[in-house]
Structure formats: structure tokens, C-alpha cells
Design a protein around this ligand. Structure first.
Ligand SMILES: Nc1ncnc2c1ncn2[C@@H]1O[C@H](COP(=O)(O)OP(=O)(O)OP(=O)(O)O)[C@@H](O)[C@H]1O
Ligand SMILES: [Mg+2]
Length: 356
């Protein structure tokens, strides 16, 4: 698929901007703080219904303005469409002009895979970043998944509130049974989705990794980590940790604690990997995501590379470019790069984006 056109109105540092994109490579360059990432953010907003960096939607509205709009027109193998976001006190989405009741209804219409220098945090930071990576990918491919996650989190919050009430107000612990039953039900479903997608990554990870390293020497593996495997064991664990949970006031077991690990030569790359091995591992993981999204949607997702090319050394850049052939790419960078004839180049300065 590809984006044909982006319209911005009072979005971040833009007044009124139209950007027509090329089906292949689009290079957006300019100095720092001119509005390059803002363009990536506007596409992300229409793909996932939220920004990847703003805490509040209203931060996206241009200073001193009351509302902002973003409209992205796209073309898929079998259809064309538009997603429009309007933000004032509230955020509203329209798909092909029709107002959407739930934000989640737009997710999955525009398929993107985003690469940023911060991706390395998925390897280096705690499990939260890794769960987020999986959850975002899965929710864009399986509409039901986000619904499951939201329901799970709601019940988890209720259980946690009740745990605190047991401690402070001496409420009856047997009331937890209802939440435990529901949580283990959702836990298992979420576990199954995540396990399915980690297995998919696992099927490609070795091949993609050896394409990047150009050697078959380093064995790379990925493993989903959970302390349960079925509904019964999720329930059993909740029962077992009940006393501790009451003491601590939160639920210590469940899919909200799950993780995945990447190993190189049987050792966790997060702990034992060199800087270069970690960078190669994250690039491999994201390229696995790209492959899976492509297989799942039967079309090419759009790649957003925010300041990413400068992250890659010559070798990784070459294998990266080989891997992304055929996808529409939107690249931002501070120093203009020239990749091939089919690319369009844009220059951004102070909230104005011009094709050069
Ligand atoms: N709500 C807003 N209204 C107006 N301007 C804003 C708003 N939010 C952010 N900005 C401005 O947008 C600019 C940042 O844009 P952006 O993050 O796209 O920069 P960039 O070109 O990607 O820079 P870098 O190369 O440093 O990443 C800053 O100058 C910031 O002040
Ligand atoms: Mg930027």
C-alpha cells in the first residue's frame, strides 16, 4: 500500500500543508526542530489513533489554535481510502468521510512499520517496551486483540483497587475469585496471540539475521516468556500470589508481566550482546515485523524511518535497503541523502515542507 497525500491543518508547527508522496522513496530533510518528525507523527496518528510521543492529544494542536486536522489518503491493492483525525477538546476520526465511533475502528487501515533510533530500547530496556512492540504489531493485524487488552487492563485495575481495599478496609478476599476467573480467561487469550506472533518471528529471525550479518555463525533465537501456558495455570498463579498481592496492593502475575527474550549463541543479547550485536538484533526484529505484516495483509506496509538512516553503518544500510525494496518509505534526516532515481526529496523549514 502507499500514501498518496497528507494534509495538515494547525498540526504541530504546520499551518496548512499538503504533501504529495511518491509511491517509492520519500526523503524529508531539514535542520533540527523544523517539523520532520511532525510529519511522521501525523501518519502514525492516522494509523494507530494516537501519537507515539505526545502525552495529550491537545499537544498536537498548533500553539494558540483551537483545533487541528490531519488527513491521509492512501491506496491499497484493492481499494483507496482516507483517514482523517480532528482534535479539539476531543479527538474524532473519520474513515472515508464517515465518523468512527471508536478510535480502535481505524487501526489496521493504514499499515505502517516505524523505525527510529529509539527502537534499541526494545532490546535494552525493561519488558514494558517489548510488550508494547508486540501489542502494537498484533493490534494492527487483529482488531479483536486491542479489545482483549483493554478489557484485561480494566479488570486488572479493578482487581488492584480491590486488593488495596482488602488491606485498608478489611474487605472480603473471596470477592477476588470473580476477577481472577476473568483475568485468567483474558490472560490466556492474550498469551495465545502473543505466542503465535513470537513463533512467527521465530520462523524468520535466523534467515533475516544472517542476511544482515552476511554470515551463518551467530545463532539467533527469540522466546516468549510467561509463567503460564493455559487458563488453569494463569488462574492457579493468581491464587498462589493472592496473599502477596494483598500485601503489595497490586497483581504480580499475569500477561501484563510477560516478556520475550532474544538470544545470540544461547545468551540474552540484552545482557551479553555488544553494541553492534544489539543494533543488528533490533534491526532483525523490525525486519521480521515488516515480513509478518506483509504476509498478513497481503500488501506492502508503509515504512516510516525517523532519523533512522544515520543509525546504520554502510553494511547494515545496504542490507536494510535490500530488505525494504518494493515498500513505500518515508525517511527523515538532517543531512540530505540521495538514494535512487525514483525517490522524491522534500526540504522542511519552520513548518513548511517543499518538494525540491
Ligand atoms: N503544538 C505545537 N505548536 C507549534 N509548534 C510545535 C508544537 N509542538 C511542537 N512544535 C514545534 O515543532 C518543532 C519540532 O518538530 P519536529 O519534532 O518535527 O522536529 P524535527 O525536524 O524532527 O527535528 P529533529 O531533527 O531535531 O528531530 C519544534 O520547533 C517545536 O517547537
Ligand atoms: Mg525529528
Amino acid at each position: 500500500m502507499h500514501i498518496k497525500n497528507i494534509l495538515l491543518e494547525n498540526f504541530r508547527n504546520y499551518d496548512n500543508q499538503e504533501i504529495e508522496l511518491n509511491e517509492n522513496i520519500n526523503i524529508i530533510y531539514g535542520n533540527n526542530a523544523q517539523g520532520k518528525t511532525n510529519i511522521i507523527e501525523s501518519v502514525f496518528l492516522c494509523a494507530y489513533g494516537k501519537s507515539f510521543r505526545a502525552k495529550k492529544d491537545q499537544e498536537l494542536i498548533k500553539f494558540d489554535k483551537e483545533n487541528c486536522k490531519v488527513e491521509v489518503s492512501y491506496s491499497k491493492i484493492d481499494r483507496e481510502g482516507t483517514i482523517k483525525a480532528e482534535i479539539r477538546d476531543k479527538k474524532t476520526f473519520f474513515a472515508n468521510g464517515v465518523k468512527q465511533n471508536k478510535i480502535s475502528d481505524i487501526i489496521g487501515k493504514i499499515n505502517i512499520v516505524i523505525f527510529t533510533p529509539d527502537d534499541i530500547e526494545i532490546i535494552k530496556d525493561g519488558p514494558q517496551k517489548r510488550r508494547r512492540f508486540l501489542d502494537m504489531m498484533i493490534s494492527s493485524l487483529r482488531p479483536n486483540y486491542l479489545h482483549l487488552l483493554n478489557s484485561y487492563n480494566k479488570i486488572l485495575e479493578q482487581r488492584n483497587n480491590y486488593l488495596r481495599q482488602i488491606k485498608l478496609e478489611n474487605k472480603n478476599p473471596s470477592m477476588l475469585d470473580i476477577w481472577d476467573e476473568q483475568l485468567s480467561e483474558y490472560s490466556f487469550k492474550i498469551f495465545e496471540y502473543r505466542k503465535y506472533f513470537v513463533d512467527k518471528i521465530s520462523n524468520s529471525i535466523e534467515d533475516i539475521h544472517s542476511l544482515i550479518t552476511k554470515s551463518g555463525k551467530e545463532g539467533i533465537k527469540i522466546k516468549y516468556i510467561s509463567n503460564s501456558k493455559n487458563k488453569e495455570s494463569f488462574l492457579e498463579n493468581l491464587k498462589k500470589s493472592r496473599t502477596v498481592d494483598i500485601k503489595k496492593g497490586f497483581t504480580a502475575t499475569g500477561v501484563h508481566r510477560d516478556d520475550f527474550m532474544i538470544y545470540i549463541n544461547s545468551r540474552p543479547v540484552s545482557i551479553f550482546g555488544s553494541q553492534g550485536q544489539q543494533r543488528t538484533a533490533i534491526l532483525t526484529l523490525k525486519l521480521c515485523e515488516l515480513k509478518i505484516v506483509k504476509e498478513e495483509i497481503g500488501d506492502t506496509p508503509i515504512l516510516l524511518l525517523d532519523d533512522y538512516m544515520s543509525e546504520l553503518d554502510e553494511n547494515r544500510r545496504t542490507s536494510f535497503l535490500e530488505n525494504i525494496k518494493g515498500n513505500q518509505v518515508i525517511i527523515t534526516c538532517t543531512d540530505r541523502i540521495d538514494l535512487e532515481n525514483e525517490s522524491s526529496i522534500y526540504y522542511v523549514e519552520n513548518g513548511i515542507c517543499k518538494k525540491v
